[in-house]
Design a protein around this ligand. Structure first.
Ligand code: ATP
Ligand code: MG
Length: 554
């Protein structure tokens, strides 16, 4: 497939194709406009892939613009993490990072222009009164008693607002549009409010801050954005977007297009809810591997390529829907199946003693790092005492159990065939040690008499094993749509994290954080970037080998 044929196709790209063909635009300029009030999540990845992807494919440009008009909720940590996450996903913005706050002076001047034109007024209704005057979807609103204040007086009042002479909530600047509009956002919306808040970019320069609807369209126009892409909840606001740009003196006129948000089952996506999970300690930070933040996914072992592929597979439409988790998991599984080196780890160890293997002997066996790709080989030590998975042994079993059973033979992956002879148990009846014999003619081949092993199991040499904490993650919520619950924290899955004390083969001491391995027969795992060290290994399960959701999802 050529590069062009491999591109995503969607209604927004069709619009751009038309605009370029008709000469309406001769280039494409998009922007990704996060508010720095939290970490980016997988939903943002959809918007990032759309905006930056378009810029890439059309040789256009995409700005990273912080939509930073709510200083109380914002933080420089978020500004930094967002830049890091965009870069990690493989994108880069055009020129310098932009901030809406860069335009506060201009925005202020545009607000005065609206006042001068009789299109904005300072309103002293309090919150309750304003709500009452606004009306409802079925009832038109009423004009504010301050609506007809003369222009000069409004100007003076707005300047007083700026000078800090009014308290928070005492007054606001409102656009004068239409209190009977069927679009609520057109009923004389607030465009400036008083906030005595320190801003991470502008410090204490301002005590009035512009609202999103006023700021966004003007920022787009200032930056020469051609296609302003946002999610469907802003559909009605497009009227206000256009109204503002039509009523101020500004040159470029961008157009807003809406697409549906990404919703994923068994998770929450809003930063406000994610923030609650973090601040109330339901998870261990924004980069907890159970969080579907970019930082969480990354720490869990997701690759940037798998997230970009996911965004491509879900596509961009105007249809609201809920994507199932296996969609996302298939993307990382496909990537890691092809690209993750193999290794052996035992999550629930029991001992195997090979009684006919010499006591002090150690063999350095070599094992391929990948079954099909050329990733070289590694050394795996083999000795008389090994660990295997508790669930891979049974004293007795029917034919379906293709693992170790007393009197039967299995192959140890990359090593010999062994036969179980007897076992020891603890006082609770749990098997602790299995005594076996091995056939020294079976290294890498089946015996000549035609005997076949029942199956293949993984193992780690006991003397060489490295202890490791292994973190198994499950869905964070017990219901598909936690956001629909009255209290989404009431439906958290208490078993979203299960910790195992396992053992891993010695080569894994050098496992790099975030780079996943396939632990044979177990799934994909990566060393934890926060807690793992060569002395105390910690692995995160990125994803299992197969889709287990169908079973447990019900
Ligand atoms: P949240 O509710 O998570 O805080 P937001 O829309 O308030 O989301 P912003 O920081 O304003 O977050 O979002 C930046 C950009 O990312 C916006 O253009 C927004 O439309 C887009 N975006 C946010 N969430 C999603 C999502 N779930 N799917 C697709 N795009 C999204
Ligand atoms: Mg927002």
């Amino acid at each position: 497939m050529s590069e062009a044929e491999n591109r995503p196709s969607n209604f927004i790209r069709h619009i751009i194709d038309e605009d370029l063909k008709s000469g309406k635009h001769d280039t494409v300029h998009t922007r990704f406009p996060p508010e720095p009030n939290g970490y980016l999540h997988i939903g943002h990845a959809k918007s990032i892939c759309l905006n930056f992807g378009i810029a890439q494919d059309y040789q256009g440009a995409c700005n990273l613009r912080f939509d930073d008009t709510n200083p109380e909720k914002e933080d420089i940590d978020y500004v930094n993490s967002i830049q890091q996450d965009v870069k990690w996903l493989g994108f880069d913005w055009d020129g310098e990072v932009c901030y809406s706050s860069n335009y506060f002076d201009l925005l202020y001047a545009y607000a005065e222009e609206l006042i001068q034109k009789g299109l904005a007024f300072v309103c002293f209704l309090n919150a309750d009164e304003a709500r009452e005057y606004r009306g409802t979807l079925s009832q038109p609103g009423k004009n504010s008693p301050y609506r007809d204040t003369p222009v000069e007086e409004n100007l003076a009042l707005f300047r007083k607002m700026r000078a800090g002479e009014f308290k928070e909530g005492e007054c606001s600047l409102r656009a004068k549009i239409d209190m009977s509009s069927s679009f609520m956002c057109m009923r004389d919306p607030v465009i400036y409010r008083v906030r005595f808040a320190h801003h991470h970019q502008t410090g204490d320069k301002w005590c009035i801050y512009p609202m999103y609807d006023f700021t966004h369209c003007i920022s787009d126009a200032i930056e020469g954005i051609t296609h302003s892409l946002c999610t469907l909840e802003f559909q009605d606001n497009r009227r206000l977007y256009d109204w503002v740009l039509e009523n101020i003196t500004i040159e470029t006129v961008p157009h807003q297009y809406e697409f549906s948000r990404l919703n994923l089952e068994y998770t929450v996506m809003s930063k406000r809810k994610l923030n609650t999970l973090v601040t109330d300690g339901h998870v261990n930070g924004w980069n907890d591997p159970r969080m579907l933040t970019i930082a969480g996914l990354r720490r869990r072992g997701y690759t940037a390529a798998s997230i970009v592929e996911f965004c491509k597979r879900i596509g961009v439409t105007k249809m609201e829907n809920m994507v199932e988790m296996p969609m996302l998991e298939a993307c990382i599984r496909d990537d890691l199946n092809a690209n993750a080196p193999r290794a052996m780890a035992v999550l629930d160890p029991i001992k195997v003693v090979i009684e006919n293997y010499p006591e002090d002997k150690v063999e350095q066996l070599s094992a391929p790092n990948h079954p099909s790709e050329d990733m070289g080989e590694r050394i795996v030590p083999f000795s008389r005492e090994l660990y295997i998975e508790a669930e891979d042994f049974r004293e007795e079993a029917n034919k379906k159990f293709k693992r170790l059973v007393i009197g039967k033979e299995v192959r140890l992956r990359n090593a010999y065939m062994i036969k179980a002879e007897r076992c020891d148990k603890d006082e609770n009846g749990n098997v602790t040690t299995v005594y076996c014999t091995y056939d020294d003619t079976t290294l890498g081949k089946n015996p000549e008499d035609g005997r076949k092993p029942k199956g293949v199991i993984h193992w780690v040499s006991a003397e060489h094993a490295k202890p490791a904490e292994i973190r198994l993650y499950d869905r964070l919520f017990t219901v598909a749509n936690p956001a629909a619950e009255e209290d989404f924290t009431a439906v958290l899955n208490p078993e979203s994290l299960v910790v195992k004390q396992g053992v891993v083969e010695p080569s894994l001491v050098k496992a790099e954080a975030e780079h996943a391995y396939q632990f044979e027969r177990q799934g994909y795992f990566c060393a934890d970037s926060v807690d793992s060290s060569p002395e105390a290994l910690v692995f995160n399960r990125t994803v299992g080998l197969r889709d287990t959701w169908a079973k447990i999802g019900g």
